[in-house]
Design a protein around this ligand. Structure first.
Ligand code: PHE
Ligand code: ZN
Length: 878
C-alpha cells in the first residue's frame, strides 16, 4: 500500500460541475439506511462535454444510478473506494442515486451515525461523502430539501436544516418530516437528527422585527440543563445585531445535544449539533468554567451563521477564514459579557502554552497551510486561535470602525459565496486604505516570532531608545522566514510618577498608549521628551502572537505589577516575575542545591492579597495569584525537565502558603458565599479567588483548609465548589479523606456521564505516582467507553496532561497512550490522531525520554494506519 498523498493549495481548480439543488430522502435503519439523492447539476463554463462528473463517496453501497430518469449502465461510470466518475454527462441534468449506509457501525462519528440510540450527522469537513455520492467540497453550494423517514415510536423527532414544510404518517408505524433550506449551502453544513428527543423552546425577535423560534433538543433527563445555553443563544443573537449588524435569517434555530461527538459543536445551518458537554449545564453538575465554555461555544456556532455559512470557504486551506474570524467574534462577545481582562488573560495563558507548543513542534503549520494529507488534522490551535489573533491584529491595526466597515463589505460582497482569506483581508484593506501586503505573511509563515527588545534611557536628551529585533524560527518545510508586520502596543511607565508618560515619536505625539509598527528585522524607536526614566510596558493586551524578550529586572517587574495601566501586562509582569524565580529553582533542583524562595515574589503576593491588590477586580486577582502552569514553564525551557519543573513549582506554592497562610485564609473566608448559584461575573470571580487561595493552603495541608474543603464538599452548593474541594482532597496526600469522598461522588453521579467525566479527570490528574495504574483500572469502569470521545479525553487525554506521571521514566505512560491510539486508530481515526499529540513533542525532552517516546511512535507506525494517524506520526518521526 502506498503512503497517503497530500493535497496542495496551489492545485486548486474551480469545480467543473455545480449542484443547484439537492433533494435527499433518508429511510432510517441502524444497519441499512437508504439515502435517495436527486441532484440538479449544471456544467460550469470552463468545462466541456468531455469533462467527467467526479463525485466523492466513501463506504457507500450503490443501489442505483440514473441520469434524467435513465439508469446508467456499468460501462458509463467507474466506481472506486473514494468515489464515482461518470464519463459523460449533459450540460444540465438530474442525477438520481440510491445508496445504503450503516449508521450503527459508524464509530468514526463522521457522516451519519448513532449516539445513545439517536441518529445524527457530522459532515464537516468531508463527512458528507459517507452519506451520498456528491461533490464534497465547500465551493459547491446548493439549496437542500430533505425528507427524513423514521419509526414513529423510536424516532418521534425528525430534524434537518431549514424549515419543516410537510409531515405525515406512513405504513408500518413509520412517519416522515420534510425540511426545506432556502439558503444555498455547501454539503458540510448539512445535518440530520432523529430520535426520542425533547425540546425547550423560546423566541427571539430580530432587529427587523421577525420572530424566530429557538429550540434546544435533548434527551429527556437533560431538560433541566438547557437554561444557560438558551440564555447564551439569545445574548449572542443580540450581540451580533448590535456589534456587526447581522441578524438571523430563518424562522427556526435549533440546537441538539449529542453524547458522542468528536469536537465541541457544529454550525450546521439552522441545526447546530453540540457535544452535550458544550451545551448542558446545571449548577449541581457543571462548573463555572463549563458555564462560560458553553456560553462561548453557543455564541461561536451562532456567529458562524454569517462568518462561515452565509459566506463560506472556497476550499479547506481557507479554514481559518471562518474559524479565525469566528473565534475572534466569540472572544469579543465573551469579553463584553464577562470580565474583559480575565477573558484575555485566560485566552492568552492557554494560547502561549498550547499554540506555542504546536508552533514549536513537528506539526507546525501556517494559519493557511499550503498542503495537507488529512484535513481533520488541521482543526488546530493554529487555525483557530492563532487565526483569531491575526484577525485581532487586523482589527487593532485599522481600528474598530474601519474593521466594521470591512466586515460589512465582506458580508455584502460575498454573501452566498465560497471565498478566500485574500477576499477577507482585501475588504479590510479597502475599508481602511491600509497596505496589508506584508501583513499577509502572518497567514503563510508558521512558527512563533520572537522579539528581542532592548531599551535605553538617555538622561541628557530625555530620550528613550527602544530597539526591537524580530526573528521567526525555522519550522518543518520553512527554513527561511521573512520579517512580519507586528503591531506592538506599548507604554512607557515613569519610574518616579508611576504614570504612563506621553509618547512622542519622530515629532508626533501618540498619547500615553500607542502602537508601534515593527516591519523590519530590526528597528529603533526614539521617543523624545521623556521626562523621567521609564520602564517600558510592551505588547500590551498581547497585541501580537509573539514571544517578547526584554531584560527586565525583578524590581522592574514588581513595579509594573502594581503600576502598569494595562491590566493584561500587570498580570504578565507577575508571570514574568514568577518565571524568574522558577528558573532559579529549576536550576537549583537540577544541581542538587538547596532551594531558596525569592522573597520578591512573596512580597508581591502579599501586596496582592492585602494591599493595593485586594481592592482590584477579584477575577483578575485570582489570575494574578495563579502561577504559570507546568506546561507553560516547560514551553520556556530549551529542554524540558519534567521533575525539576514540578518540584520548583510545588516549592513556590508551598513557600507562599507558609509565608502567607493567614492572608490566604482571610481571602478564603471573605469570598465564601452561599447565595443561590448564578454564573454571574461577580459570583464567578469570588469563587475563583476563594478556590485559588484554598489551593495554596492545601499545598501545605493546612488543617483549616482541609476542614474547609470537607465542608465545601459536603455542602453540595454548586459543582464549582464541590469539584474544587474534591480535587484538592484527592490531590493531597490525605488518602483517608480522598477515598471515601471519591467513592461517594462516583456513586452519587453514576447516572450522569458529564459528571463522571469530571470524576475520571480528577483521579488521573493528581501528582502521586500511582496514577498510571489508576488509568488502567478506570478504563475498565462501566462508565468508561473507548468509543466515546468525551470519555477518552476525560481519562486518557487528561492523563497525558499529567506531566510527571505521563513522562514516567519507565516509559509506561507513553506505552499506555500508544496502546489507546492504536485501538482508536481503527475506531475513530480523528480522535486517535489528536490523542497522539503529546508523543509528537519528543524533541523537547531529555535523551532517555526522547528514546522512549520515539519507540512508541515507531510502534504505532508499524500498524496499518488511517491517513489521520499516519500524517501526524510520519511528521513526528521525520
Ligand atoms: N466547525 C466547528 C466549529 O468550529 C468545529 C468542527 C469541525 C466540528 C469539524 C466538527 C467537525 O465550531
Ligand atoms: Zn468554528
Amino acid at each position: 500500500m502506498s503512503d497517503p498523498q497530500p493535497v496542495y493549495l496551489s492545485d486548486y481548480q474551480p469545480p467543473a460541475y455545480r449542484v443547484t439543488h439537492t433533494e435527499l430522502t433518508f429511510d432510517l435503519d441502524p444497519a441499512a439506511t437508504r439515502v435517495k439523492a436527486r441532484l440538479l447539476i449544471e456544467r460550469n463554463n470552463q468545462a466541456d462535454d468531455k469533462t467527467p462528473l467526479v463525485l466523492d463517496g466513501e463506504q457507500l453501497k450503490l443501489m442505483s444510478l440514473a441520469i434524467d430518469g435513465t439508469p446508467l449502465a456499468e460501462s458509463e461510470y467507474r466506481l472506486g473506494d473514494h468515489g464515482l466518475e461518470i464519463h459523460a454527462v449533459p450540460a444540465s441534468f438530474c442525477l438520481e442515486s440510491v445508496v445504503e449506509i450503516a449508521p450503527s457501525e459508524n464509530t468514526a462519528l463522521e457522516g451519519l451515525y448513532q449516539s445513545s440510540g439517536m441518529y445524527c450527522t457530522q459532515c464537516e469537513a468531508e463527512g458528507f461523502r459517507r452519506i451520498t455520492f456528491y461533490p464534497d467540497r465547500p465551493d459547491v453550494m446548493a439549496t437542500f430539501t430533505v425528507t427524513v423517514i423514521g419509526d414513529a415510536q423510536r424516532e418521534p423527532v425528525l430534524l434537518a436544516n431549514g424549515n419543516p414544510v410537510e409531515r405525515g404518517e406512513l405504513e408500518g408505524g413509520r412517519h416522515f418530516v420534510k425540511w426545506d433550506d432556502p439558503h444555498p449551502k455547501p454539503c458540510y453544513l448539512f445535518a440530520l437528527v432523529a430520535g426520542d428527543l425533547h425540546k425547550v423552546e423560546d423566541t427571539f425577535t430580530t432587529m427587523s422585527g421577525r420572530n424566530v423560534t429557538l429550540q434546544i433538543w435533548v434527551e429527556k433527563e437533560n431538560l433541566d440543563k438547557t437554561e444557560h445555553a438558551m440564555a447564551s443563544l439569545k445574548r449572542s443573537m443580540t450581540w451580533d445585531e448590535q456589534t456587526y449588524g447581522r441578524e438571523y435569517d430563518l424562522d427556526l434555530f435549533m440546537i441538539v445535544a449529542v453524547n458522542d461527538f468528536n469536537m465541541g459543536a457544529m454550525e450546521n445551518k439552522g441545526l447546530n449539533i453540540f457535544n452535550s458537554a458544550a451545551v448542558l449545564t446545571h449548577p449541581d453538575t457543571a462548573t463555572d468554567a463549563a458555564f462560560q465554555n458553553v456560553e462561548g461555544i453557543v455564541a461561536h456556532e451562532y456567529f458562524h451563521n454569517w462568518s462561515g455559512n452565509r459566506v463560506t470557504c472556497r476550499d479547506w486551506f481557507q479554514l481559518s477564514l471562518k474559524e479565525g474570524f469566528t473565534v475572534f467574534r466569540d472572544q469579543c462577545f465573551s469579553a463584553d459579557t464577562n470580565s474583559a481582562p480575565v477573558k484575555r488573560i485566560e485566552d492568552v495563558a492557554f494560547f502561549r502554552t498550547a499554540q506555542f507548543a504546536e508552533d514549536a513542534g513537528p506539526t507546525a503549520h501556517p494559519v493557511r497551510p499550503d498542503h495537507y494529507i488529512e484535513i481533520t488534522n488541521f482543526y488546530t490551535l493554529t487555525i483557530y486561535e492563532k487565526g483569531a489573533e491575526v484577525v485581532r491584529m487586523l482589527c487593532n491595526l485599522i481600528g474598530w470602525e474601519a474593521f466594521r466597515r470591512g466586515a460589512d463589505a465582506y458580508f455584502e460582497r460575498f454573501d452566498g459565496q465560497a471565498v478566500t482569506i485574500e477576499d477577507f483581508v482585501n475588504c479590510m484593506a479597502d475599508a481602511s486604505g491600509e497596505d496589508l501586503g506584508q501583513f499577509m505573511r502572518w497567514y503563510a509563515q508558521a512558527g512563533t516570532p520572537e522579539i528581542d527588545a532592548h531599551g535605553e534611557y538617555d538622561y541628557a536628551h530625555s530620550e528613550y531608545h527602544l530597539t526591537l529585533r524580530q526573528r521567526t524560527p525555522a519550522t518543518p518545510g520553512q527554513a527561511q522566514k521573512q520579517p512580519l508586520h507586528i503591531p506592538v502596543r506599548m507604554g512607557l511607565v515613569g519610574t518616579k510618577s508611576g504614570q504612563d508618560l506621553t509618547l512622542t515619536l519622530a515629532g508626533e505625539t501618540l498619547g500615553k498608549d500607542a502602537v508601534v509598527h515593527l516591519r523590519d528585522d530590526e528597528q529603533t524607536f526614539v521617543f523624545t521628551d521623556v521626562a523621567e526614566a521609564p520602564v517600558p510596558s510592551l505588547l500590551r493586551d498581547f497585541s501580537a502572537p509573539v514571544k517578547l524578550h526584554f531584560p527586565y529586572s525583578r524590581e522592574e517587574l514588581a513595579f509594573l505589577l502594581t503600576h502598569d495601566s494595562d491590566g493584561f501586562n500587570r498580570w504578565d509582569a507577575g508571570q514574568r516575575l514568577a518565571m524568574l524565580a522558577l528558573d532559579d529553582l529549576i536550576a537549583a533542583h537540577r544541581n542538587g542545591v538547596e532551594k531558596v524562595m525569592d522573597t520578591r515574589v512573596t512580597d508581591a503576593f502579599k501586596v496582592l492579597l492585602t494591599g493595593a491588590g485586594a481592592s482590584a477586580d477579584k477575577a483578575v486577582l485570582a489570575e494574578m495569584l495563579t502561577l504559570p502552569s507546568e506546561a507553560y514553564i516547560a514551553e520556556q525551557q530549551p529542554i524540558v525537565d519534567v521533575d525539576a519543573i514540578h518540584a520548583a513549582r510545588e516549592f513556590v506554592r508551598q513557600s507562599l502558603a507558609f509565608a502567607l497562610r493567614d492572608e490566604f485564609m482571610a481571602v478564603v473566608e471573605a469570598n465564601h458565599t452561599d447565595e443561590p448559584y448564578a454564573p454571574t461575573p461577580e459570583q464567578i470571580a469570588k469563587r475563583s479567588l476563594k478556590n485559588v487561595a484554598l489551593g495554596y493552603l492545601m499545598a501545605i495541608e493546612d488543617e483549616r483548609a482541609i476542614a474547609f474543603c470537607q465542608e465545601q464538599l459536603a455542602a453540595e452548593h454548586n459543582m464549582t465548589d464541590v469539584r474544587h474541594a474534591l480535587t484538592l482532597l484527592v490531590h493531597s496526600e490525605r488518602d483517608d479523606l480522598s477515598r471515601p469522598a471519591l467513592k461517594a461522588f462516583g456513586e452519587k453521579w453514576a447516572h450522569d456521564p458529564l459528571v463522571m467525566d469530571q470524576w475520571f479527570t480528577i483521579q488521573v490528574t493528581k501528582p502521586q505516582p500511582d496514577v498510571l495504574e489508576r488509568v488502567e483500572f478506570l478504563m475498565q469502569h462501566p462508565a468508561f467507553s473507548i468509543r466515546n470521545p468525551n470519555k477518552v479525553r476525560a481519562l486518557v487525554g487528561a492523563f497525558a496532561q499529567n506531566r510527571i506521571n505521563f513522562h514516567r521514566l519507565d516509559g509506561k505512560g507513553y506505552a499506555l497512550l500508544a496502546d489507546v491510539v492504536i485501538e482508536l486508530n481503527r475506531l475513530n481515526p480523528e480522535i486517535a490522531a489528536r490523542l497522539v499529540t503529546p508523543l509528537t513533542r519528543w524533541q523537547r525532552f531529555d535523551e532517555t525520554r526522547q528514546g522512549l517516546m520515539r519507540s512508541q511512535l515507531e510502534r504505532i507506525k508499524q500498524e496499518p494506519l488511517s491517513s489521520n494517524v499516519y500524517e501526524v506520526v510520519a511528521k513526528a518521526l521525520a
